[in-house]
Design a protein around this ligand. Structure first.
Ligand SMILES: [Zn+2]
Length: 383
């Protein structure tokens, strides 16, 4: 059901005069190897091509001057999780290929396929009995949370491999006690729309443009939270969904929208249904759904107060400096956290990382990682 994902061939073939995010990422990788000394400007010029040729010579692969599949494959061992450019689905998948290479003790799978046909991956760390679930980028313009979880996977795996500590805990202890399941990008189509790594001639892109015209006060694509069809995935879960629908319709979200449209029925969007199915299959002891922004941790749904949820929430709060809070009424229903708490009566949290206007600037990433590393590391021990 949740079978393994394919390896490789996520990155585009880039050539002279190509431009965009993937060119920037290529330049970052080549500059880290001191083959490219130019600016990270996202334009594949002569200097970038010369660096690609040099890299190809070094790796004794076909010297084409193109960043083609064999070049990208040779770059996988040199992959870094970038914290200076927007984080797209393809770059994340490229990073996952690097994780596969470096950390054979990790397990990889997919929860299913997005509207646009992208495999939505999960990564499993550890083989203990206590199951933990972390999810990021349910909301498209909150993609910095994907970066947070990917960096955590990388650092945790590194600590485990080298028998080191992470956040002053033995990675080995956590690995044995728990299995941490991480869905680092729940809404990949939406993320790619926001980070401008989408085919602008596709029907999906054009439909999103059309949707956004009905909501002219929401900036496009920066204000986009929904899946590519304009359904807000965090308003899709069967936890008093009708209440969410009523509230959002009163606010004017009556049709597909960049945010806040509940859909016409719960779990209508495939990405919502897939996470629902995966979560039922998993039966995790603790769940964290990452969003931005506000530096706040939400822990309740209605009058459900799962055993130890407040206590663990208080610990998260003191580790991170984020405030533990009740959910405001207007966003109290149909969220993934709401449903998780209602269904399992286990601790489930929405964490609003960072502070500012979404998408949060990458300058905040260092602080976001620092604030949340303790939560991510301690949750398996607290559950
Ligand atoms: Zn959100």
């Amino acid at each position: 059901m949740f079978s393994y994902i394919k390896i490789g061939d996520y990155m585009k073939t880039l050539s002279l005069n190509s431009s965009g995010l993937q060119v920037k990422y290529l330049q970052i990788l080549l500059s880290r190897q001191e083959l490219y000394l130019g600016e990270i400007d996202g334009i594949f010029g002569d200097e970038t091509m010369a660096a690609v040729r040099e890299f190809q010579e070094l790796k004794t692969i076909n010297v084409t001057g193109l960043a083609d599949d064999s070049t990208w494959n040779a770059l996988i061992p040199h992959s870094v999780i970038p914290d200076s450019i927007p984080y797209s689905y393809d770059i994340m998948m490229f990073n996952i290929d690097n994780l596969k290479l470096n950390y054979p003790f990790l397990k990889f799978g997919k929860i299913g396929t997005s509207v646009m046909g992208k495999e939505i991956p999960y990564i499993q760390i550890g083989f203990g009995d206590t199951k933990i679930l972390y999810v990021a980028s349910t909301h498209a313009n909150e993609w910095i949370t994907s970066l947070l979880l990917m960096k955590f996977i990388n650092e945790f795996s590194h600590a485990y491999l080298h028998n080191q500590k992470i956040f002053n805990q033995n990675a080995d202890d956590i690995f044995k006690k728990s299995s941490i399941y991480i869905v680092p990008m729940h809404n990949p189509d939406g993320v790619d729309l926001v980070v401008n790594d989408i085919d602008v001639s596709s029907q999906y892109y054009n439909n999103a443009v059309k949707i956004s015209k009905d909501y002219p006060t929401i900036p496009f694509p920066d204000g986009w939270k929904a899946n590519i069809n304009g359904i807000d995935l965090n308003l899709q879960f069967p936890a008093l969904w009708e209440n969410a629908k009523e509230i959002k319709e009163k606010q004017g979200y009556v049709s597909p929208a960049p945010r806040d449209f509940t859909g016409n029925s719960p779990l209508e969007a495939p990405e919502a249904l897939l996470l629902y199915d995966f979560t039922i299959f998993l039966e995790a002891s603790l769940m964290i759904s990452y969003h931005t922004q506000g530096e706040v941790i939400f822990w309740k749904f209605m009058d459900f107060t799962p055993p130890r949820a407040k206590e663990i929430g208080d610990t998260f709060s003191s580790i991170s400096g984020y405030k533990l809070s009740d959910t405001p009424y207007a966003s109290s229903f149909a969220g993934f956290k709401d449903w998780f708490i209602q269904k399992f009566n286990k601790p489930g949290y929405t964490i609003e990382a960072g502070f500012g206007i979404n998408p949060l600037p990458l300058e905040q990433f260092g602080k976001i990682y620092e604030d949340n590393l303790g939560i991510l590391t301690m949750a398996p021990l607290l559950a």
